[in-house]
Design a protein around this ligand. Sequence first.
Ligand SMILES: [Zn+2]
Length: 233
Amino acid sequence: MNGHDELRMMLGGYALGHLTPAEEDRVRAHLDGCAECRAELAEIQPVADRLGLVDPAAHADRPLPAPDLGDRISRAVADEIEREGRDDLATARDRRRRVARWGAVAAAAVLVAALAGGVVGRATVPQAAPVPTEPIAVEVEDGGVTVESAALVAHTWGVELRLVGEGFADGETFRAAFRTTGGDLVPAGEFRGVGDASMSCFLQSSVLREDVTEVVVTDDDGALVLASTLADG
Ligand SMILES: [Zn+2]
C-alpha cells in the first residue's frame, strides 16, 4: 500500500481532472492495487462529474452548501491564501497539489471546495426561494439524544439531512449515512456533539433523494444513535 495516504489525498484532484498526466498515472497505478481508494473515488466521482457539467450561468440557482461546511472550507481557503503569500517560491505544481488535496476530503467537500476554491472569482448568489424540506420520522436509539426536527432536502446534486437536536455526547464524533436502494451505506458527513446544547447539522451526500431508503447516524463506536426508514422519494 505504498504511498496510499498521499495518493488518497490526490483522488479529489484526479476526479476533477486537475492533476498532471504523470500524477494521473501514479493515481491509476495505485488504484489498481487499492480497493479502499477505488471505493473512495467511486464516491467522489459522481459529484466531480456533475461539477464538470455545471454551467457557470446556472450557478445562481444552485443551493448554497451547509453554512458550517462552507465556513470550514472558507477558512481552509483563507489559510491557503495566507500560505501562498508567505511562500513566493511556490511553483504552480505545488499550488495545484494543494487544490487537489482539498478535494479529497469527502464527496460533499469536493463540491464545496470546487465552488469556493477551485472556481475562484465566481460569485455564488443565495437562492431566492426557501428550499422545500421533507420532514422525516426518526427513531432514537441513544437514550441521551433528543431530536427536535429532522428533514431531508432533495437537491439536484444530492440529498441533504437537516437535523436539529440535543444530547449528542460532548466532543464525540457522530457520522451520518444514507442507505441506498442498492443496500449500500453512503457517508453523508460527520458532526461533533456539544452535549446538552441544541445543535443544527446539515449533512450532505451526492446520493439522490429517490435512491435513499434509510438515514442512519452512528457514534464514535459505530453504535446506532438514530435511524429513519423513508417512504419512497
Ligand atoms: Zn490507497
